[in-house]
Structure formats: C-alpha cells, structure tokens
Design a binder for this molecule. Structure first.
Ligand SMILES: [Zn+2]
Length: 80
C-alpha cells in the first residue's frame, strides 16, 4: 500500500483517499486536519479583506501552505 505523508504536519495519512482524507494543492499533500486549519486561516483573512478576488485568494493559499510546510503547521493568526 502506498504511504502518504502530510507535507505540513509530516504525519502519515491512514487509509489515504484523495479529496476525503488527504488533499493535494499544487503537489503539496495535506491531511484532513491541516486542511481544516488552512480553511480556518483563509476564512479569517477573507472576512477582513475585500473585495474578494480569486487572484489573491490563490496566492494567499499557496503562501499559507508554504509557510505551513516550513513550520510544520498552518498558522492561524486570529485568536479564537
Ligand atoms: Zn497534516
């Protein structure tokens, strides 16, 4: 069986199913929990930044992912 590791938290994805238990963003593999963190981080920025535009949205997502790969987790800036 193929082993998939999350590029952000580096944990192995058990029972990997594309688009269900792991996600691929421009060849960066992300597990479900890191994908949730990414969506939360994006949500906070999208609320503050307007007007919404997919150009900066895609850039922002890649930026958050690359930082996440380096830091081992997706940074969520806003206090809950
Ligand atoms: Zn992960």
């Amino acid at each position: 069986m193929e082993h998939i590791y999350c590029d952000v938290c580096k944990k192995e994805v058990h029972n990997p199913v594309p688009e269900f238990s792991f996600f691929d963003f421009a060849h960066i593999s992300v597990c479900e929990s890191c994908r949730d963190d990414l969506n939360t981080a994006l949500k906070f920025t999208v609320r503050e930044k307007s007007p919404f535009d997919f150009t900066w949205y895609d850039d922002l997502r890649m930026q958050l992912l690359k930082q996440g790969v380096q830091k081992g987790r997706i940074e969520i800036k806003r206090a809950r």
